[in-house]
Design a protein around this ligand. Structure first.
Ligand SMILES: CC(C)(COP(=O)(O)OP(=O)(O)OC[C@H]1O[C@@H](n2cnc3c(N)ncnc32)[C@H](O)[C@@H]1OP(=O)(O)O)[C@@H](O)C(=O)NCCC(=O)NCCS
Length: 177
């Protein structure tokens, strides 16, 4: 397990899946803000990569996030689009509603940076988030990510186009910080 100050990132367990399905995926508004794909229902037990134990895609590493104090499930996190030629990858995370706003997200980003840079030897990590997601923007910036640009009206979210912000962190920025 990867450890931060408050959170652990471990492999997905079978009994995580119904919780993540109910609290994250089945909240259509939330799920639509966290994915660039259109929302659609997922049946219990379906072989849906995001919510299954399927680890066959080597470019996408999925973790369950747990509280280091008691092991409680807090959410889901991933390093995706891992590109070993250009040595970059993207970060994604989603916490259960009851786990938000308590500093866990900032710690998850730190642990994903440790995994990307130290364990996987990557040079660049990237986060894309909606411009109206202050918690994600702040969790990224607290870890040294810088805003590199705005993709205007890049995301269709529940009836409107929303700007997307691209943030990046290079390994040398992190070493300097
Ligand atoms: C985005 C998310 C991962 C952030 O994690 P979190 O644990 O809630 O965030 P933290 O508690 O670490 O807070 C990070 C910063 O944002 C601020 N913040 C938290 N919630 C906020 C809110 N609703 N509005 C404004 N600022 C907020 C915190 O004060 C903190 O700032 P500080 O370090 O200056 O004090 C989490 O809220 C979440 O899962 N949201 C739903 C899914 C989602 O949006 N995922 C990201 C998709 S790209």
């Amino acid at each position: 397990m990867l450890r931060g100050d408050k959170v652990g990132l471990r492999a997905r367990h079978e009994d995580d899946i119904p919780v993540l399905l109910t609290e994250l995926h089945d909240d259509v508004a939330n799920a639509s803000r966290s994915s660039t794909d259109p929302w659609r229902p997922i049946s219990p037990g379906a072989k849906e990569p995001g919510l299954s134990l399927d680890h066959t895609n080597e470019a996408h590493v999925r973790f369950s996030v747990v509280d280091l104090d008691d092991g409680a499930l807090l959410g889901s996190a991933s390093l995706w689009g891992i590109d070993n030629h250009n040595r970059l990858a993207h970060i994604g995370l989603e916490l259960r509603p009851s786990a938000r706003g308590k500093g866990y997200g900032t710690d998850v980003v730190a642990v994903l940076c440790h995994y990307g840079f130290d364990v996987r030897g990557l040079r660049r990590l990237q986060i894309e988030t909606l411009a109206d997601n202050p918690a994600m923007l702040r969790a990224a910036e607290r870890n040294g990510f810088v805003r590199e640009g705005v993709l205007r009206s890049a995301a269709w979210v529940m009836g409107e186009f929303v700007d997307e912000v691209v943030l990046g962190l290079l390994v040398e920025d992190r070493q300097a910080g």
